[in-house]
Design a protein around this ligand. Structure first.
Ligand code: FES
Ligand SMILES: [Fe+2]
Length: 365
C-alpha cells in the first residue's frame, strides 16, 4: 500500500460504533484512487451479478458483460455446463463475442476469425502454419468462476472465498421459505445512468427509509414507516416494512403484507412486493458516474394495466432518487463538507455497508 492510499484509507475507521461514527469522507466519493482500489479489492473479490439467468438456460446460449473493467462471457456448453471466461481473444485481445447475448455453436473472434469451442478451448487458428512453440492447448480462454442463483448468473473474477449461496446467505433461505421468486416472469430491463459515485446510490438505498417521506411521497403512502426495519446480516442488509392500503397508482401496484428490500454487498438490490420484483445492479462507470440496471418481473398472469402502472411507479421512484443522488454528488465537492453523521435509528444499514467496504479496502485479501 503506498502513501496516497494509506492517507485516503485512514480517513474512515470501521471500528468506531454507529453512535460515534462519522460517515465516509467526501474524498471516497471523488478520488479516482479510491475508485481503482474498489475495483481491485471489492468488485474483483465478490460474486457479481453478470446477467439474467434465463438468457443462458439452453446449450449454446451466451451473454456478455463487463465487470471491474473486464469483458466477461458466460456460455452454456453443449454438455449443459455453464462456464464463464474472460472475453478477450488470445491473439490480439479483441472481444471474442461482441453481441450482448445469443446462441452459438462455437465462439468465433470477429477480428481474425480464431475459433474456440464452448468450453473455451482454442480450435481454429487460420493461417498460422509455421509458427513455432505455439500450442493451442495453452491458448484457451481464461476461465472465471460462475454460479446461478435467483434471477441472475453470477461470476467471481478472483478465486471465491465462499460458494455463491453462502455469499448470499441468508437471502436464498429467506426467499425459498416464502417462495418469494416463484411464479414471477421477467418483463423489462431498463438502465439509468447517474452522475454520481456508485456509493451515493447505495447509501440512498440503505438509509433505512429516512428519505421516503421527503423524496417519495407516493411510496410513503403505502409503507408503514414506523415499522420499517433494517437488518444487517453477513453480506446483506434486509430492509422491510409492513404495507398499508393507499389510493392511486402506487397503492394499486404496491400491495401485499410486506415490502422487502434486500441489498447484497456491494452492488445488488432485490426488491419484492406482492407480484412485483425488481432487481438492481449498480455498476461504477467512473468515480462520479454509475449505471443502475433494473430488471422488472411480474406474476405470469398479471393484468397488463397493473404492469403498465407498476412500471410508471418504478420509474417515478427512480427519477426521484436520481435527482437527489446527483445533487449529493455535486455537493460532495463543496469546500464546506467533508463528512457527516448517521441517524442511529435509521442509518445502521448504511453504516454497515461503509464498514464492510472499508474493511475490504483496508485489508485486501
Ligand atoms: S484478435 Fe481474435 S483472432 Fe485476432
Ligand atoms: Fe429512494
Amino acid at each position: 500500500m503506498n502513501g496516497t492510499h494509506q492517507g485516503l484509507l485512514s480517513q474512515f475507521d470501521p471500528s468506531v460504533p454507529l453512535e460515534k461514527a462519522h460517515c465516509l469522507p467526501n474524498t471516497w466519493y471523488t478520488s479516482p484512487e479510491i475508485a481503482r482500489l474498489e475495483r481491485d479489492r471489492v468488485f474483483t473479490q465478490t460474486w457479481q451479478a453478470a446477467g439474467r439467468r434465463e438468457l443462458v438456460a439452453k446449450p449454446g446460449q451466451f451473454l456478455t458483460t463487463d465487470i471491474a473493467d473486464e469483458p466477461i462471457l458466460v456460455v452454456r456448453g453443449e454438455d449443459g455446463v455453464l462456464r464463464a471466461f474472460v472475453n478477450v481473444c488470445r491473439h490480439r485481445a479483441a472481444r471474442v463475442c461482441s453481441e450482448e447475448c445469443g446462441t452459438v455453436t462455437k465462439l468465433r473472434c470477429h477480428y481474425h476469425g480464431w475459433t474456440y469451442d464452448l468450453a473455451g478451448n482454442l480450435r481454429g487458428v487460420p493461417e498460422f502454419d509455421g509458427v513455432e512453440e505455439f500450442r493451442r492447448e495453452d491458448n484457451g480462454l481464461p476461465p472465471v468462476s460462475v454460479a446461478e442463483w435467483g434471477p441472475y448468473v453470477w461470476v467471481h473474477l478472483e478465486k471465491p472465498r465462499e460458494p455463491l449461496e453462502q455469499f448470499l446467505a441468508p437471502l436464498p433461505t429467506w426467499s425459498d421459505s416464502r417462495s418469494a421468486l416463484s411464479g414471477l416472469v421477467w418483463h423489462t430491463r431498463k438502465h439509468y445512468d447517474l452522475a454520481c459515485n456508485w456509493k451515493v446510490y447505495v447509501d440512498n438505498y440503505l438509509d433505512g427509509g429516512y428519505h421516503v417521506n421527503t423524496i417519495h411521497p407516493g411510496l410513503a403512502g403505502v409503507l408503514d414507516y414506523r415499522e420499517y426495519r433494517t437488518t444487517p446480516d453477513r453480506n446483506t442488509v434486509l430492509q422491510s416494512s409492513p404495507m398499508k392500503p393507499a389510493e392511486g397508482e402506487t397503492g394499486r401496484t404496491r400491495t401485499g403484507d410486506l415490502a422487502a428490500y434486500w441489498w447484497v454487498f456491494p452492488n445488488v438490490m432485490v426488491n419484492l412486493y406482492s407480484g412485483v420484483l425488481d432487481t438492481n445492479i449498480v455498476l461504477p462507470l467512473a468515480v462520479d458516474r454509475c449505471r443502475v440496471i433494473f430488471d422488472l418481473y411480474f406474476a405470469a398472469d398479471a393484468d397488463p394495466e397493473f404492469v403498465r402502472e407498476s412500471l410508471l411507479v418504478t420509474d417515478q421512484v427512480q427519477t426521484e432518487d436520481v435527482g437527489v443522488c446527483e445533487e449529493v454528488q455535486r455537493n460532495l465537492n463543496s469546500r464546506s463538507y467533508t463528512t457527516g453523521r448517521y441517524s442511529v435509528k435509521r442509518e445502521n444499514g448504511e453504516h454497515y455497508f461503509h464498514t464492510m467496504l472499508a474493511k475490504a479496502l483496508q485489508h485486501p485479501v
